[in-house]
Design a protein around this ligand. Sequence first.
Ligand code: TRP
Length: 355
Amino acid sequence: MRPAMRVVSGIQPTGNLHLGNYLGAIRNWVRMQDDMEEANRAEGTTESGDAGRNQCLFFLADLHAISMPHNPAELKRATLEMAAALVACGIDPQRSVLFNQAQVPAHPELQWLLNGTARMGWLNRMTQFKDKSGKNREGASAALFTYPVLQAADVLLYQATHVPVGEDQKQHLELARDIAQKFNNDFASEDAPVFTLPDPISPPKAARIMNLRDGTKKMSKSDPSDMSRIELADTPDEVMKKIKKAKTDPEPLPSEEKGLEGRPEALNLVTIYAALTDGSVEDVLKDFGGEGFGKFKPALGELLVETLRPISERFTALLDDREALDAILARGASQAREIGRPTLEAAYTALGLVR
Ligand code: TRP
């Protein structure tokens, strides 16, 4: 039997969650959780206490969020919102470990221990630091510079075997592997490594969901117009209205994908329909080619309302029940602390630190 998979992934909390977030990272997480469950069933390892169990740990990277200028009240709100959204979208805290970093001090603890192993030269090559600090390197926070070391701690703490990473995070995972390798070489014996080197897994390519008022821009939480995005908290009426008012062109839908070239708004609406039905743009055009938006928009609106209804109900209910939400995060954090403890202790010990 192959060894259990342990998937670990984090996401920075953002507020005003919208359809783009759902059809992107969030839905991928739910799929990974379901895949793990499937594997457990196939291998007969369904007991939650089973050590050989395939498992996902998902967390809100709230500690990473303070590496950029931020507003504390907004960070708090975004963290709770994101947690509620993840549960509403299908992350099941009974099956996956769901928590926020700030409740698991082992993350920053291990980061400090790993700071002794990470090399300045390695961090200097990180493109995200260059991008985010821009022209103002001297004014960037030290946290932004050591951000990738915290990210390494995030996954190494749990002996992650697999980390789903998009293009922009590949370099950070490579760094985590380099740190793990060097630490093992320098401080552990070959037959008892402290850290597992995690492998990247590429999440399925998420649909790019664009702004409903301008199909050339990504759907974004920061666009000033509410009408530009569908939010997870929108009521069915709001969803319907936003789709009906979405910008389009006067042409009917083409019967082939090529006919959508130069029609970004039409392409976006078709893309949304395809993502919601787990089909392709071609599939949608097979059904709607030749139809005008007078017919397509109501169909899309209804599909969206039906998909989002249970999600937004759960989402708003959880946001209104802070106690329930706090309990979910507290339980996840306590599980995470348990899972991470042996590795953290092993790292302290390997370094010669008296405990
Ligand atoms: N840096 C990641 C991002 O911005 C979030 C993240 C933090 C992460 N720690 C992680 C992702 C560990 C995967 C594993 O997307």
